[in-house]
Design a protein around this ligand. Structure first.
Ligand SMILES: [Zn+2]
Length: 79
């Protein structure tokens, strides 16, 4: 048979890391507006974000400082 056939790492599990990582509140219910409160346990900064529909981006402080431990929680539930 053809000897130039290549097997390209077909079953490499690229999602392993993402699956192990917990989903954050800002990534959930992106089909509605959410109020997400962020708190950085490393430098004690905090912020309240109003997330628009379709917006699933993290707090920019978290994005800029990957080593910081940032907690998120959803504030609204009524509206
Ligand atoms: Zn921080």
């Amino acid at each position: 048979m053809a000897s130039n056939q290549r097997v390209v790492g077909a079953s490499e599990n690229v999602d392993a890391g993402a699956a192990a990582r917990e989903r954050q509140p800002y990534e959930m219910n992106v089909d509605e507006r959410r109020v997400i409160v962020c708190y950085c346990c490393t430098c004690e900064e905090s912020k309240t974000m109003l997330m628009e529909v379709g917006d699933s981006s993290p707090w920019e402080h978290d994005a800029k400082n990957p080593a910081h431990v940032v907690e998120y929680w959803r504030e609204d539930d009524a509206e």
